[in-house]
Design a protein around this ligand. Structure first.
Ligand code: DOR
Ligand code: ZN
Length: 359
């Protein structure tokens, strides 16, 4: 990374700082399908060289053929000449075929498998009802070096929604780690200090992604002056002290924590509803949002490793060789984005961000 300024003593509006980073990757994103895919795909592809694409479509992506077809739809949703590599994932179900998974991984179609506990979040009804049902699949994944990506929340109705992640660590992740110590696991979109400590204390086969929004909102944001559906995502934002722990972890330089936006667009009317969908659409200003947090933490010099190095190293993939540029120039985020068919409220709607992505 290089942080350049023009060396003059006094900064004016024209003396913009420029942040040049190795091209980053997004290790967790929802692209959806159809009109929504067409609208959102390039918001990610313009900022990131690669992204791990979540498989929670309806029906979910459970076969090599479905993943290949989805990858083709993603690539055709991008503008001519855009260089972007979607990294496809398989959606684990109770009945998932270990052979299919392994074939897809060997052939370079699947990069990883995603574990959604059944009922944990959007389009997770077909997810895994009991992790022991997929023990043989995890065994196979461990033996071939295929990473497991986890939505780490229990779904038992008697567990308080704010405790679902912490209880998952104890009741699901601990036994999985004990049974499969060499299985590469990414605990996705962590939201608690408990998860930070768990990941820190684990061996090198456990990593975690951290979203841009969990670094900026705590659970107060959900109720600021009324109910705020655009701040609702899963896992739900927790108390302030958890957000502070996430900010420390992300900016610490610990390679076990890396960038994954969990950008999850929903049409505005499905968020602003009596039963609003979970998900925050952060893709349009993802890097700017992370940059703002890292700057506030005095850690801009660590943004590049978090965004562009720790993820590929964990996955065993090459680092990107190009660069992207952010400029310190105020950017107003619109209240609403979209086109004739799709309307989505972005993260940071109506705010002004300090940095601007330039390409
Ligand atoms: O907030 C979320 N939205 N969390 C998830 O786990 C899924 C995602 C979605 O697909 O909308
Ligand atoms: Zn997600």
């Amino acid at each position: 990374m290089s942080l350049q300024d023009n060396g003059s003593e006094e900064r004016s509006q024209d003396d913009d700082d420029i942040l040049v980073l190795r091209e980053p990757d997004d290790w967790h994103v929802h692209f959806r399908d159809g009109d929504m895919l067409s609208f959102v795909a390039d918001h990610t592809a313009r900022q990131f060289a690669r992204a791990i694409i979540m498989p929670n479509l309806v029906p979910p992506v459970t076969t090599v053929a479905a993943a290949e077809a989805y990858r083709t739809r993603i690539l055709s949703a991008l503008p001519e000449g855009r260089r972007f590599m979607p990294l496809m994932t398989a959606y684990l179900t109770d009945e998932i075929d270990a052979e299919e998974i392994a074939t897809g991984f060997k052939d370079g179609v699947f990069t990883a498998c995603k574990l959604y506990p059944a009922g944990a979040t959007t389009n997770s009804a077909a997810g895994v009802t009991d992790v022991r049902k997929i023990w043989p699949v995890l065994e196979r994944m461990q033996s071939i070096g295929m990473p497991l990506l986890i939505h780490g929340e229990v779904t038992a109705p008697d567990i308080d929604i704010f405790d679902r992640e912490a209880v998952f660590l104890e009741t699901v992740l601990t036994p999985v780690r004990a049974a499969f110590p060499d299985l590469k696991v990414v605990l996705e979109h962590i939201t608690t200090e408990d998860s930070v400590r768990f990941v820190e204390a684990s061996g090198p086969t456990l990593g975690a992604t951290i979203t841009a929004h969990h670094l900026r909102i705590d659970r107060n944001a959900l109720f600021e002056g009324g109910i705020r559906p655009h701040a609702f995502c899963l896992p739900v934002a927790k108390r302030r002290r958890h957000k502070e722990a996430l900010r420390k972890a992300a900016t610490s330089g610990n390679p076990k924590f890396f960038l994954g936006t969990d950008s999850a667009p929903h049409p505005r009317h499905e968020k602003e509803s009596a039963c609003g969908c979970a998900g925050i659409f952060s893709a349009p200003t993802a890097l700017e949002s992370y940059a703002q947090t890292f700057e506030e933490e005095g850690a801009l010099d660590r943004l590049e490793a978090f965004a562009s190095e720790f993820g590929p190293r964990f996955y065993g993939l090459p680092l990107n060789t190009g660069t992207v540029t952010l400029r310190r120039r105020p950017q107003d985020v619109p209240d609403l984005m979209g086109n004739d068919t799709v309307h989505v409220v972005p993260f940071h709607a109506g705010e002004t961000l300090a940095w601007r992505f330039e390409g």
